[in-house]
Design a protein around this ligand. Structure first.
Ligand code: APR
Length: 263
């Protein structure tokens, strides 16, 4: 990517009213696998594990899959991409920070009011009554359909508080995302293949409303041809260079947890 392009993108970002849409590629540098990249989750696991049918039909595999993700998230720390986007927000540059990710790493980096259009692994939710509970409910052993983690209120099965394929997206989150796409000046896509509707229609909505489009993604996306900027670099590196070009200081990275922390 010619640095001149990064320079012009930095200038555009400084004008503000930027709507950001992130996907799993924003968290791979935190050790969280994406779905369709070379080491993606859907390259190693059946996508049925992302469906209610999978939860009902193969409970052992379903709950083991999400238990592994709960454990991985306990170790994950925000990376430079999350920290730069939180800094952009603090600088007042963002119209909205929309994420398809369920890992909470934008919030862990200090971002607020994150629009989580695919829900969050921060909670479990009862499939029957909707009550929320800890994500650790997914760590309880499951050996069949009849001993899934049970809701403490109605006994229904607890499940990750995320949007599974075919389920409705949280209406309030999605309407805020559409609104931000329509009112932004610049729509910045970071680390998503833009393969999953309805979120994948947001860049088109922004372009229709007259915004310009920037895409930071390692692989091609269906919108590359309509983007003013296409940056084939790691999100952390590209956003780190943009922050430098914009003269934005980042808070010091928090030290990783020490093995023998004194208690
Ligand atoms: N920097 C930039 N791009 C990256 C990086 C990185 N460090 N790592 C991976 N990528 C890119 C990959 O090339 C890929 O195109 O990020 C993109 C991630 O795309 P997906 O794996 O499809 O993830 P995402 O677009 O977020 O998936 C959308 O699909 O399964 C559902 O609900 C799930 O929210 C998810 C949705």
């Amino acid at each position: 990517m010619a640095s001149a392009d990064l320079e012009s993108l930095a200038q555009a970002l400084k004008q503000g009213r930027v709507a950001v849409l992130t996907g799993a590629g924003c968290s791979t540098e935190s050790g969280i696998p994406d779905y369709r990249g070379s080491q993606g989750l859907w390259k190693r696991h059946p996508t049925e594990l992302g469906t209610v049918y999978g939860m009902e039909t193969w409970p052992e595999e379903f709950y083991a899959f999400y238990a592994a993700r709960v454990r991985a998230l306990k170790e994950a720390r925000p990376n430079k991409a999350h920290r730069v986007l939180a800094r952009f927000q603090k600088e007042g540059l963002l119209e909205a920070l929309i994420t398809q990710n369920v890992d909470g790493l934008h919030q862990a980096a200090g971002a607020t009011d994150v629009i989580e259009v695919h829900g969050s692994m921060a909670h479990t939710r009862c499939q029957r009554c909707g009550r929320k509970d800890s994500p650790d409910r997914l760590l309880e052993p499951v050996t069949g359909r009849d001993d899934r983690p049970a809701c403490r209120h109605c006994g229904g099965p607890m499940r990750p508080d995320i949007v599974l394929y075919g389920e409705q997206l949280p209406p309030e989150a999605m309407s805020r995302a559409w609104q931000a796409a329509r009112s932004c000046r610049l729509f910045l896509v970071v680390g998503t293949s833009l393969q999953v509707a309805p979120v994948s229609h947001l860049p088109g909505e922004a372009l229709l409303a007259g915004a310009s489009l920037a895409i930071i993604n390692l692989d091609p996306t269906p919108y590359d041809g309509r983007a003013t900027w296409v940056i084939r670099e790691k999100a952390g590196e590209a956003l780190g260079r943009l922050a430098e070009l914009m003269g934005l200081e980042l808070e010091e990275e928090e030290a990783p947890p020490t093995a023998n922390a004194s208690h």
